[in-house]
Design a protein around this ligand. Structure first.
Ligand code: MG
Length: 173
């Protein structure tokens, strides 16, 4: 059985993951309306990944005999100046998520809940990847600047991204 404190914290994390999903879906819809179908595809996949993160925490809480409590999802922004602005927001958001995961990790240690700490290891590594990816996109978009052909090629490349079920969820399914 999981401690009430950790149960509350994981429920808060489930909400944060759904908020992330909602943010990225909003970005996808923005770029659909701007005619950047490739960038929209990339964010749609990001949306699916965030839903998967929420599901991993949901499955984990259930497996520990905890109670999943779904809370309202706060509103998300709906417009971005350009792709650089969206990926800059993405990086800032992922840095916040990293801090949330780290706080959860610290709480698991304080509660001597080593199963939860172990479960969080995958998320710690995932956040390194999320931040690195967003930073890479920002660097490339800065190089692209207002070169339309370069942005077209960037959009084409992002159109090729495919969704892979994250390992902890694939293992459960
Ligand atoms: Mg996430």
């Amino acid at each position: 059985m999981i401690s009430p404190k950790l149960q509350d914290a994981i429920n808060a994390q489930i909400n944060a993951e759904f908020w992330s999903a909602y943010l990225y879906l909003s970005m996808a819809m923005h770029f659909e309306s701007e005619g950047n179908a490739g960038i929209a595809n990339w964010f749609r996949i990001q949306f699916k990944e965030e839903q998967a993160h929420a599901e991993i925490f949901i499955n984990y809480l259930v497996s520990r005999g905890g109670r999943v409590v779904l809370k309202p999802i706060d509103a998300v922004p709906t417009q971005w100046k350009d792709a650089l602005a969206a990926f800059t927001d993405t990086l800032a958001h992922e840095e916040k998520v990293t801090a949330l995961i780290n706080n959860l990790y610290a709480l698991a240690e304080a509660e001597h809940d080593y199963a939860t700490r172990g479960k969080l290891d995958w998320f710690v590594a995932e956040q390194v990847e999320e931040e690195e990816t967003a930073k890479g996109m920002i660097d490339r978009l800065k190089l692209i600047g207002d070169n339309g052909l370069a942005l077209y090629m960037f959009d084409q490349e992002l159109a090729a991204r495919v969704y892979n079920v994250p390992a902890p969820l694939a293992a459960k399914a």
